[in-house]
Design a protein around this ligand. Structure first.
Ligand SMILES: [Zn+2]
Ligand SMILES: [Zn+2]
Length: 257
């Protein structure tokens, strides 16, 4: 890997290490591009706030630290500033509006919840409910069509424990849409490292049939997550076997109007 666009910081309350340690680990791993994509600050209404993302007031500090590191490591590694963002229909517009004033280079889509987080289930909870899968697919396609996402992180986060044929056919339009929009899908190395239910081979078979472009993402929540050659090898082996086209770098999509 020469680029990783999926890196977190302590601001999300479930990542550890100083930002500088992440950069040093990235350099050790030979990365030329270290993209930061911590969990986006959302502007919810009605007093609710997530426990797993930075607060809006932390965004400035996040940007400042990365800008300082850019200077410190100038000429050694590129560091685009991104965010990992869910598409929550009720709040997404306000978030994008808020972000316009900040030098955010890109967003990746991570659809961790259905609906609006506080009223829908976690996408990764095991389910046999076909309707949950359908809703995940519809919401993801709506998200991709905003044109604001650079790629789709762990698109196979949805955890359906039922008919594989149904799962594949339900996710097929998501893959087809990603292909037609030129939006890469991420094979998530954290899922491999931690033996999670993703990457889901069934999903990637469909993605290969649809000719989707693929990118590897470390989803690092600790510096060591940027240097995981075994997970990388496993992901590349699957991609090769299925005939998936793996990109070294991706084209960042602007979030600015
Ligand atoms: Zn996270
Ligand atoms: Zn992530």
């Amino acid at each position: 890997m020469i680029a990783n666009y999926h890196t977190h910081t302590h601001r999300c309350n479930h990542a550890i290490g100083r930002e500088d340690e992440y950069v040093q680990e990235a350099l050790k791993a030979g990365l030329k591009i270290l993209g930061w994509a911590d969990h986006a600050p959302y502007l919810f209404t009605g007093g609710y706030y997530s426990h797993f993302r930075m607060r809006p007031a932390q965004l400035e500090g996040y940007i400042r630290v990365i800008e300082e590191l850019r200077q410190k490591y100038a000429g050694m590694i590129e560091m685009p500033i991104g965010l990992e963002t869910e598409y929550y229909p009720k709040h997404f517009g306000r978030l994008v509006e808020f972000l316009q004033d900040y030098p955010i280079d890109y967003m990746i889509l991570g659809q961790h919840f259905l609906e609006n987080e506080y009223d829908g289930p976690y996408s990764g909870y095991v389910t046999q409910d076909k309707d949950v899968v359908r809703r995940y697919c519809n919401q993801s396609m709506e998200a991709m069509n905003t044109g604001l996402f650079t790629y789709f992180a762990h698109p196979d986060l949805i955890h359906f424990d039922g008919d594989r044929r149904f799962y594949g056919e339900c996710l097929r339009p998501v893959c087809a849409e990603a292909k037609s929009l030129g939006l890469p899908l991420e094979i998530n190395l954290l899922g491999i490292r931690e033996g999670r239910h993703y990457p889901n081979r069934c999903f990637w078979e469909v993605a290969a049939e649809e000719g989707c472009e693929v990118v590897l993402g470390c989803d690092a929540h600790a510096p060591a997550g940027l240097n995981a050659p075994e997970a990388e090898r496993e992901a590349l082996a699957m991609a090769k076997e299925l005939g998936l086209h793996v990109l070294d770098t991706v084209q960042l999509r602007s979030i600015h109007r």
